[in-house]
Write a protein that binds this ligand. Structure first.
Ligand SMILES: [Cu+2]
Length: 305
């Protein structure tokens, strides 16, 4: 861009890809053509009897050992060199934490701002810390040639730089459960000024407030991946008509009928394992939520009638 000749992850990876792809293509065509030629030239109708018997050819053998060895070493070397680019975060990169959970992404910035999309400034490298709250997810940015597993309990990272403003796909590349396909988001690359504005104020204030919007929160925190709002059974029970209704639960190994009041909802959200709704597996992840967020979620669940 303007100052340093910063090599982007795309610039690092594409030549390696073209080299390996090109070498494979040349070999594929070369071997196929020679094979076809031999099949025709030495067809039984043309050459009914073997005309020569070669026991070996030292030079041929040396060539077909040395050339492929050099070729695969060259592939390794170019791949390794550019892999190091992927693993070496440029100085001054913007730190962002990507939190993956079944089945959503949350991106948080220094200063506490969070967003369901990965906002980044154009021209500035971004270091993404990869955190999983439950199972193995995959952080995949095809446009930037970045793909890295997000493993629970393991510290991992990726970096990239967007050189043009725009919206780029962000996928989860590891099959992580029934709603895996819904685990999509985008990288929103904004010009540096707009990004600074977004981070500081503007949309910032709104988003902070919006955080207490229960519906939005339920989407961002991934609740709606498991809980429907229309009465249909998902991975978990529907939120529709849940409040004040009767729920059959397993608690301490006993089957009970309880009323879904505030206290029950709160416990169900904060300690999912304490009471298990009958007919559902005990797989709800323990969310990490502030008290206000829990209150907003409960208000939201009450509103789904
Ligand atoms: Cu996933």
């Amino acid at each position: 861009m303007n100052q340093l000749p910063l090599i982007t992850t795309t610039e690092a990876i594409d030549p390696v890809f073209m080299f390996i792809f090109g070498a494979s293509l040349v070999l594929l065509l070369g071997i196929t053509l020679v094979m076809l030629f031999f099949v025709l030239r030495y067809h039984r109708s043309r050459a009914p009897q073997p005309t020569s018997q070669a026991d070996g050819n030292l030079w041929l053998e040396i060539i077909w050992i040395v050339l492929p060895t050099l070729l695969v070493l060259a592939m390794f070397w170019s791949g390794w060199k550019e892999y190091l680019v992927l693993r070496t975060v440029p100085k001054g990169a913007l730190p962002v934490t990507a939190t993956a959970r079944m089945w959503s992404w949350e991106f948080s910035y220094e200063g506490g701002k969070t967003a369901p999309k990965l906002y980044v400034p154009v021209g500035k490298p971004v270091r993404v810390e990869l955190v999983s709250k439950d199972v193995i997810h995959g952080f995949f940015l095809p446009a930037f040639r970045v793909k890295r597993d997000v493993v629970p309990g393991m510290s991992n990272y990726a970096w990239f730089v967007a050189t043009k403003p725009g919206s780029y796909d962000l996928f989860c590349s590891q099959f992580c459960g029934t709603q895996h396909a819904a685990m999509v988001s985008t990288v929103e690359a904004l010009p540096e000024k707009e990004f600074a504005e977004w981070l500081e104020h503007g949309a910032g204030g709104e988003e902070k407030e919006a955080h207490l919007d229960g519906r939005k929160l339920a989407t961002e925190k991934g609740c709606l991946a498991c809980h429907s709002l229309d009465g249909s059974k998902g991975v978990g029970p529907t939120f529709k008509g849940l409040f004040a209704g009767k729920v059959h639960v397993m608690k301490d190994g006993k089957l009970l009928v309880v009323t879904a009041d505030d206290a029950f909802l709160k416990e169900s959200i904060l300690l999912p394992a304490a009471t298990i709704v009958e007919g559902f597996p005990p797989i709800m992840p323990v969310p990490d939520l502030s008290d206000e967020q829990v209150a907003a979620l409960i208000e939201f669940i009450k509103s789904v009638k």
